[in-house]
Design a protein. Structure first.
Length: 130
């Protein structure tokens, strides 16, 4: 009843905190990868649905006894699932964009080797969110 088991776990070092610039770059790279993935999913989904509709129209026009209708409906199903799967990918990408812009809004991200930490001055700006 009383046994001791050895277990291994991942150790995180709290001393290696990432800088604001590294976190900004991390979220921007995630944003780019997720947007690319989302567009690929959406594009292949729409293309597959187009092929599916073409196959189902082909089977209804010519009246073949082939399985074009079954293949077409399969393509439509897979294409619609792929297009629907792109929606959460775009949502997650937008969340990463929001996190990166929050880090950028703190004013602690530098350009090149010039940091902008605690640089405060009066300014006017326009912010456009997409």
């Amino acid at each position: 009843m009383f046994t001791f088991q050895l277990a291994q776990s991942q150790v995180t070092d709290s001393l290696t905190e990432k800088s604001q610039q590294e976190m900004y770059d991390f979220y921007i790279s995630k944003l780019k990868k997720l947007k690319t993935t989302g567009w690929i999913l959406l594009g292949t989904g729409v293309a597959a649905m187009g092929v599916g509709f073409a196959l189902t129209n082909n089977s209804s026009v010519y009246g073949d006894s082939s399985n074009d209708w079954a293949y077409g409906s399969g393509f439509i199903l897979v294409g619609s699932l792929s297009a629907i799967a792109s929606i959460p990918v775009f949502i997650i990408a937008k969340k990463n964009k929001r996190k990166a812009s929050t880090i950028l809004g703190n004013g602690e991200v530098g350009i090149g080797a010039i940091p902008f930490n605690d640089t405060r001055y009066a300014s006017v700006g326009i912010k456009i969110n997409f």
